[in-house]
Design a protein around this ligand. Structure first.
Ligand SMILES: Cc1cc2nc3c(=O)[nH]c(=O)nc-3n(C[C@H](O)[C@H](O)[C@H](O)COP(=O)(O)OP(=O)(O)OC[C@H]3O[C@@H](n4cnc5c(N)ncnc54)[C@H](O)[C@@H]3O)c2cc1C
Length: 401
């Protein structure tokens, strides 16, 4: 029977980051078990490190605008009038910004120690304004985060045109979050996984955790198709499927559920964007190889991973309105992925009261790529008994009880 100090269930960006940081900073014997289920979020991601953008609700198809127009179209003017941009709590900003700061050094470390490049690019994230409503929205975002004013630039129409000449002349300006950047998400997962492998982590790929093994209130391992693997601690990084593992480990359910996101990718284009873009319709990012990525919808449709014409059309139209040159581009492919959603949009991190040998690292919803570095760091601190660099209380599963 194979025995490990730590088994990680799920090898998306979160499980892989935990494996990497644990193997870099401890001498623990670690196994990473992953079955790539259709909908794996990390490979569906846009790769935005949009720490401020996501914290104020801009990263994801601009949820605030969608909610507002839905309320207006339903005639619910009272609710629409009181609706504020979707700003997450202070503890989320802290986590997001701390994680964001880790990427430049992590990028260097992955290149020099492990010979893998996850394509960290300093881009900024510009929220494009088309009209007075957008300006009011941008104003309320900026006034809500006075402590981050040094990270925000206001661009008038002329400045925007000078920096982003391909953006429609209808745009009247932008706010730019200068610390929000991007990576290539596939390469980031591969970098963590390869780094972990080089550091001695045993990888069980194409392998499913079929059962969590317990003795009383203690988790003692997992059963896969081939064998049982024993461990002192099981880390649940199973993304949108995390509740299955949690239920088996604890006998209780937790609210982690799939939130589908669809993306459209263009064929390679010459450089038409200098920074990442967010508008009231979609976000647009030109990746390191020239492809333009347009995202993303937010839909609760269970584990469905199909692409639908309505959402792909909506995203494409939003992108062409902002970047008219896209009318000349062709679609390379479309896909959908399943974000691990939680009701308050905060991840679920840390141990569980009354259950030994078990830790949650799940529920990262729209920001798992961004949050992977701090999650790997926090889980390593927990495992080595160090004080955590962020207070974990707001992120524990007990908040839902
Ligand atoms: C369209 C889209 C765009 C996004 N854009 C961004 C972005 O720009 N920036 C950002 O920060 N975040 C973004 N996200 C969110 C981000 O992708 C997720 O938060 C993150 O990938 C979650 O990582 P994870 O490792 O928890 O889950 P996943 O990547 O889903 O990985 C979980 C893994 O566990 C495996 N698994 C599940 N159950 C088992 C089992 N029983 N046994 C073995 N393996 C199992 C799954 O198959 C999967 O491989 C986006 C998500 C989507 C869908």
């Amino acid at each position: 029977m194979k025995q490990y100090d730590v088994i990680i269930a799920g090898g998306g960006v979160i499980g892989a980051a935990c494996a990497y940081f644990l193997s870099r900073d401890t001498n623990l014997k670690i196994a990473l078990v992953d079955l790539k289920k259709p909908g794996n979020a990390s490979r569906a991601s846009a790769g935005g490190l949009w720490a401020i953008g996501e914290s104020v609700g801009l990263g994801c198809g601009v949820i605030f605008f969608k909610t507002l127009s839905k309320l207006q179209s339903e005639g619910d003017t009272e609710a629409a009038e009181t609706l504020r941009p979707h700003q997450l709590p202070e503890c989320f900003f802290e986590l997001a910004l701390k994680s964001n700061e880790l990427y430049p050094a992590l990028h260097e470390e992955m290149l020099t120690r492990h010979d893998v490049d996850f394509k960290f690019e300093r881009t900024g994230l510009k929220f494009i304004m088309y009209n007075r409503d957008d300006e009011i929205y941008a104003d309320s975002i900026v006034s809500g985060i006075p402590n981050l004013s040094s990270q925000i630039r206001w661009l008038d129409q002329q400045q925007l045109r000078a920096e982003e000449p391909y953006i429609t002349p209808d745009a009247i300006g932008a706010i730019d979050f200068i610390c929000d950047h991007q990576v290539n998400p596939y390469r980031l997962v591969d970098a963590y996984t390869e780094g972990a492998r080089q550091n001695g982590v045993e990888l069980f790929l194409n392998t499913e955790v079929l059962e969590v093994l317990r003795e009383g209130n203690k988790v003692i391992g997992v059963r896969t198709q081939e064998q049982s693997l024993h461990c002192d601690t099981l880390i649940n990084a199973a993304g949108a499927w995390a509740d299955d593992i949690y239920y088996q480990a604890t006998g209780k359910h937790m609210p982690v559920y799939p939130v589908k996101g669809q993306i459209v990718l263009s064929e390679r284009m010459p450089k038409v964007l200098n920074g990442c873009i967010s508008t009231s319709d979609c976000y647009i990012a030109q990746k390191d190889n020239g492809e333009i990525l347009i995202g993303s919808s937010t839909e609760e449709k269970g584990f469905d991973t199909t692409n639908s014409l309505d959402k792909i059309t909506e995203l494409s139209q939003g992108a062409m309105k902002c970047l008219p040159i896209l009318k000349e581009s062709s679609i390379k492919r479309c896909w959908a992925g399943l974000r691990p959603g939680t009701p308050d949009e905060l991840p679920i991190l840390g141990p569980v009261d009354g259950v030994e040998g078990y830790i949650n690292a799940c529920g990262h919803f729209r920001t798992g790529i961004l949050m992977s570095a701090i999650t790997g760091t926090l889980i390593t601190e927990l495992m080595t008994g160090k004080p955590t660099s962020v207070d974990l209380a707001p992120f524990c599963v007990e908040r839902f009880e």
